[in-house]
Ligand binder design. Structure first.
Ligand code: DMJ
Length: 621
């Protein structure tokens, strides 16, 4: 055996020598000119390789120091609890593909073109007071629903000029908008790589145009009058609010469609949007009123007004049935007709009175429309998916109502819940003591936080500014936001969907990303909180962090025909575009980025409150 391998190596040395000689002979046979070309080519190629490697290096240099706080785990979490499994299956990636599987894609190019409407007036959208309410039945009017008097309001656009950061963000919006209108107009989402569309609520015959509706007020904020005018034409002539689809989600449709239409009415005073808002409000309402228990059904068919429980089980998500209050409240406010606001207030009142399953103001993930009770088997408490915006609206609905005493119970529930968060969900990492909001699964503390939780610092800061939380909470808000910023300390500078935390090993990194969670759908929550914390503290770092985020979007998510979610935030060389631009990217992410660089008198927080999809509603007076 030993001898064999010796012979083999002598042979290979001889062969090696032969091949060296033959290369040398070939080289000698080349002309002088051929030799020169060869040498120049080798130098050129080495320079190219060197420069491209270093460019990536320079671009990412600023992030390298943060990398020490993070570990990347190439595995699934060890024992996902049942709720995690359900979440993975249903929530993390809404599978709009289901619908596409049944319905053929509409390839009719004409359908994608905006038609000119000669009757359209020239719109100059400026500040607006809601119109006089329509004629309504007197018993439906509540005395507190007075429309604001002109003296209590100021121009929402403010006096400031657009600066260079805002212009760059506006251009990004235009890039995404162009992709959407070219390849997906009328459909719910753009697939920017395949240059196709993705539908969720829309059907081939009834287009709900989620991206377009979510973008309307962003265009107004960015003063994109021509694009807005085109979009308005679509709303007027082609929008359908009655697709024959059994799985239109009450929450998603309320926050995006109803929210988008109401806020556009607030900003323009254009009755078209009020009428459309009323129509979708009426079509959605049966999901609430058909329930005998005051707990809404999660899904509705907008054409037939039939309701359904979720596809995966009996219960609705707690956040989904409690994140409709601002939208229906605003609809009542602009129409003067209180039946919508009353219906959703009854839901909140009911949830507020429940005791079984609550823990110091924290609520379970699921609530059953048939029993009206929380589902209490294997309870998880979290500020993330399934309950996140329940807490957000406890504060914001009260604030939106003009701090109306009828909604005091909600802000009290918010205060109690925040105490519950501090007591049960706060955790600190090792070695750097970052504060995070974890999860309580049964009696176990799970050091895990969804990116979704990053809305919380913004809402907490707003509550501190309204003296509904003590000053110490501003410190907590800033600390949690610092942790959210650490989510972005990845190769691409974009955040994973979920992060886990090291809470006991001083020699390991603070944050841990599992492979299953390392995708990014360009969510807005962190930049949303940067926006609030910037407005409320004026700490320059929030603008700096927002700008970093924007640049990384430009580097890793921008594609030829729009912006794309990415599959792997940990790979700057292969971020793996996922061929989807979510409607909230134009509706929320870019809007909060733009507002982060705007002056405070653009949509001032004293007069405006943003719903969970970043649609601004007037604070009611
Ligand atoms: C948006 O639809 C809303 O912000 C919602 O509250 C959570 N999910 C997305 C963005 O992440």
């Amino acid at each position: 055996m030993k001898q064999g391998s010796f012979v083999l190596s002598i042979d290979s040395i001889v062969q090696n020598e032969e091949s060296k000689k033959s290369i040398f002979r070939k080289w000698k046979r080349l002309t002088q000119c051929q030799k020169r070309i060869f040498v120049v080519l080798v130098i050129l190629m080495s320079t190219l390789v060197y420069v491209s490697y270093n460019l990536h290096d320079i671009r990412n240099k600023h992030r390298h120091h943060k990398k020490v706080h993070r570990e990347y785990i190439d595995e699934e979490p060890e024992h996902p609890v049942k709720d995690d499994e359900q979440y993975l299956a249903e929530y993390r990636e809404p599978d709009h593909a289901d619908y596409n599987a049944i319905l053929p894609e509409d390839d009719d190019d004409d359908a994608l073109k905006l038609q000119d409407d000669p009757e359209e007036p020239e719109y100059v959208y400026e500040d607006h007071e809601p119109n006089e309410p329509d004629e309504i039945e007197p018993e439906r009017i509540l005395p507190k629903q007075n429309l604001p008097s002109p003296s209590t309001t100021t121009s929402w656009r403010g006096q400031g000029k657009e600066n260079a950061n805002m212009t760059a963000i506006k251009e990004a919006f235009l890039h995404g908008w162009k992709g959407y209108t070219t390849f997906a107009l009328g459909h719910d989402m753009l697939k920017p790589i395949s240059q196709r569309h993705d539908d969720w609520f829309s059907t081939p015959s009834d287009q709900m145009a989620l991206t377009l509706i979510d973008s309307l007020d962003t265009m107004l904020v960015m003063n994109l009058t021509a694009q807005f005018k085109e979009a308005r034409m679509f709303v007027k002539n082609r929008l359908s609010l009655a697709p024959d689809n059994d799985r239109v989600n009450l929450f998603e449709c309320s926050i995006r469609v109803l929210g988008g239409l109401v806020s556009t009415y607030y900003l323009t005073g254009d009755d078209l949007f009020k009428e459309k808002a009323k129509e979708i409000g009426d079509r959605l309402l049966p999901a609430i009123t058909a329930s005998k228990t005051l707990v809404p059904f999660s899904d509705i068919n907008l054409k037939h007004k039939t309701t359904k429980q979720p596809a995966w089980g009996a219960s609705s998500s707690t956040s989904e049935v409690t994140t409709i209050q601002m939208e229906f409240g605003a609809l009542s406010y602009i129409t003067g007709d209180n039946h919508w606001a009353d219906a959703v207030r009854d839901v909140s009142k009911h949830v507020s009175t429940l005791t079984k399953g609550k823990l110091d103001g924290l609520v379970p993930l699921w609530i059953d429309p048939l029993t009206g009770e929380f589902a209490t088997k294997g309870i998880t408490y979290t500020m993330g998916a399934r309950t996140d915006s329940y807490y957000e609206y406890l504060f914001k609905r009260w604030y939106q109502s003009g701090k109306n005493a009828d909604y005091s119970f909600m802000v009290q529930d918010f205060q109690e819940a925040m105490d519950g968060v501090k007591k049960h969900l706060f955790g600190y990492t090792e070695p750097n003591r970052y504060l995070f909001v974890g999860e309580k699964v049964g009696s176990r503390f799970n050091p895990k936080m969804d990116h979704l939780v990053c809305y919380l610092p913004g809402t907490i800061a707003l509550a501190v500014s309204e003296k509904k939380l003590t000053r110490e909470w501003l410190g907590y808000a800033e600390a949690i936001l610092e942790t959210c910023h650490q989510f972005y300390a990845t190769e691409t500078g974009l955040a994973p969907e979920i992060s886990y935390f090291n809470i006991d090993n001083p020699t390991k990194p603070d944050l841990v990303i599992h492979k299953a969670d390392h995708f990014s759908i360009l969510r807005p929550e962190t930049v949303e909180s940067y926006f609030y914390l910037w407005r409320l503290t004026k700490n320059q770092k929030y603008r700096d962090w927002g700008w970093e985020f924007f640049q990384n979007i430009q580097t890793y998510a921008k594609v030829e025909h729009g912006y794309s979610s990415i599959g792997n935030v940990e790979s700057k060389f292969r971020p793996a575009h996922r061929d989807k631009m979510e409607s909230f990217f134009l509706g929320e992410t870019l809007k909060y980025l733009y507002l982060l660089f705007a002056d405070d008198d653009m949509l001032p927080l004293s007069d405006w409150v943003f719903n969970t999809e970043a649609h601004p509603f007037r604070v009611q007076r």
